[in-house]
Design a protein around this ligand. Structure first.
Ligand code: EPZ
Length: 433
């Protein structure tokens, strides 16, 4: 079992390079299912969610070739299987994109209900509403989403108003509509940068999608997509996580390969809290030398403050002067990190969807258990800012979404390393037989 060991209390200095966006990659890779020919995808992050989604495509019969560390070529011309294996699909949220992609290309998909971080209820009713509006019959049975177009026909364009702004539903309906007959209109669509990235990927392969990044997206179905080359955008949340790490631990770091526009809301909050953020082309310089100040944050859809930065910013606020309030506007159950933070001496209370954080002078290192991806990243930030040693277990959650987090943080002066330790639960298990 791997744990991360952190000796905290050191400011961070140096340069860090941001990888390709996880939540774009896990949609763009399944989108290759729509393409007749080879898709060359560049700036792919090396994270376990990407490994899983590539493995699923291989199981379906795709030809997947790793060209170099960050480039992959996917050829889905000879897909032989449309049933996604349960063992793989249940490990990752983004497996739901296979429904939209397979349905669009073949008119039929059978995909196990997705897994991913436990953030409370994660329904897929809006995805299904979209597929049904395009003429599919969709049934959820035996843990599967079974979606098919009657009589083996293609989907037809439809009009769908999302009852709730959903990133996943917006992208999934966009995938399904790409090869449908006629025009699909998605109203009340999500506007996250990865939605625009998916639309750009599909358009570069011959799709006709307009309005991505606004709340109305129009997809004019095309007969086929052809192969091509595309580079994924930098990861907004990975960049925000390192910005928060510098704010919490102090120091001075150049963060390279970012789109500053995508980080505006995070920058604005960190500046309010006492950090300095300077833009230099596709880089940001983040500094924090003085004291941290309190603020209030409400997470919401893009361009609002991202829910995927909630736990990381909470780690910073634990050390800010005064009382801060974080209101979670997207997920029901994002507060499981708070119990772990209390072990470090944080003063944090949760009331429904609100966390009240009373800043303390210092945190002291302690063992913590990562309970989901962003909570795990936040525990690293808290450990870096705390005095003494912290130990983080269950790091598989963190490795789902952060490429080489140990190497990147060590490169800016953090004292963090991965250690292999025996799994206490296995030790305690009675001998077989
Ligand atoms: C995506 O999840 C991201 N995951 C999440 O990132 C992120 O937290 C979330 O968007 C919000 O930005 C991926 O892109 C793989 P939603 P998704 O559909 O698509 C409700 C991370 O750490 N809803 O936008 O599953 C839902 O319950 C992760 O990288 C419905 O009610 O999120 C939630 O309250 C974790 N019905 C809200 O909408 C539906 O059919 C937003 O969910 C769909 C969603």
């Amino acid at each position: 079992m791997t744990k991360y060991l952190i000796h905290g209390g050191r400011p961070l200095h140096g340069t860090i390079h941001i990888s390709g966006a996880k939540n774009a990659a896990v949609a763009i890779i399944p989108a290759a299912l729509l393409v007749d020919g080879v898709c060359r995808i560049e700036n792919v992050p090396q994270i376990s969610d990407v490994t899983l989604i590539l493995q699923i495509l291989r199981e379906l019969g795709a030809d997947v070739r790793l060209v170099n560390r960050t480039t992959v070529e996917v050829d889905c011309s000879h897909i032989r299987n449309r049933q996604v294996p349960y063992e793989l699909a249940r490990k990752i949220r983004a497996s739901y994109y296979l429904v939209g992609a397979l349905l669009s290309r073949f008119g039929w998909a059978e995909v196990p209900l997705p897994g991913g971080c436990d953030l409370g209820g994660r329904p897929v009713d809006q995805h299904i509403k979209g597929f049904v509006s395009m003429g599919a019959d969709v049934e959820v049975r035996n843990g599967l989403i079974d979606a098919r177009v009657p009589n083996g026909a293609r989907l037809s364009g439809g009009q769908v108003y999302l009852d709730i702004v959903s990133v996943g539903a917006t992208m999934n309906i966009m995938l399904a509509a790409t090869l449908a007959n006629g025009m699909t209109i998605i109203e009340n669509a999500a506007k996250e940068p990865h939605i625009v990235d998916l639309a750009n990927f599909l358009n570069s392969m011959g799709a006709d999608i307009r309005g991505a990044g606004t709340d109305v997206i129009k997809i004019h179905g095309v007969a086929r997509l052809r192969g091509g080359s595309y580079s994924i955008i930098p990861d907004q949340i990975e960049a925000g996580t390192y910005m928060a790490a510098v704010a919490a631990a102090g120091g001075d770091v150049l963060i390279r390969n970012v789109i500053p526009k995508h980080l505006e809301c995070i920058t604005a909050k960190l500046v309010e809290m006492g950090a300095e953020v300077e833009e230099e082309g596709d880089s940001l310089i983040v500094r924090r030398h003085g004291p941290l100040q309190r603020t209030n944050i409400k997470t919401m859809f893009y361009p609002g403050f991202p829910t995927d930065m909630h736990p990381q910013i909470a780690a910073v606020l634990c050390l800010a002067r005064g009382t801060s309030v974080i209101t979670e506007g997207v997920w029901d159950n994002r507060y499981r990190y708070t119990e772990e933070f209390r072990r470090l001496g944080a003063r944090i209370q949760v009331d429904g969807k609100i966390a009240i954080i009373e800043g303390v002078e210092k945190l002291t290192g302690a063992p913590m258990e990562a309970c989901d991806l962003r909570a795990g990243a936040a525990m690293i930030i808290a450990g870096l800012a705390a005095q003494g040693t912290s130990e983080i277990s269950n790091v598989k959650h963190i490795e789902r979404g952060y490429e080489d987090i140990i190497g990147k943080l060590s490169g800016i002066g953090a004292d963090i390393r991965a250690v292999e330790v025996p799994d206490p639960e296995q030790k305690a298990a009675p001998a077989a037989g």
